[in-house]
Design a protein around this ligand. Sequence first.
Ligand code: ZN
Length: 146
Amino acid sequence: MEEKAGALGAPPPYAASLGQPGQPEPAWQDPAAPPPPVIAQPGQTTVMVQQPPPVPQPQSVVVTTATMPMRMSQFPANVQCPNCRNTVTTNTHQENGTLVWLTALILLLIGLWLGCCLIPFCIPALKDTIHTCPICQFTIGKHTQI
Ligand SMILES: [Zn+2]
């Protein structure tokens, strides 16, 4: 310890005092140089390196397309089925959607209750269009009037 401390404190005069022309200067100083950093930090840095980096990024990608039916037009469309991955022309059929029931209710309220309130159920334009895959019958999308 005493020798190292002395070498660290004043390397130039020691090397200068040797004064030999060729070899000892670089060869002697190289092994003396590494010790200071190793002794200075015995146990601090190695512990701090191992913190797991928090990764909150993946949550930014929210899955909205997988489960929700796509909003589509009234007409059959060329789409890729999310279920069987085939590119298909959708089969469409119509269902009595919210608008049909709403219209029927309005007609009922204004007095058209002798069967006339059923008129909306006969008007395709008021109905919702359901798009299904012709291969796997998966409901790909939906067109609603509201
Ligand atoms: Zn399919």
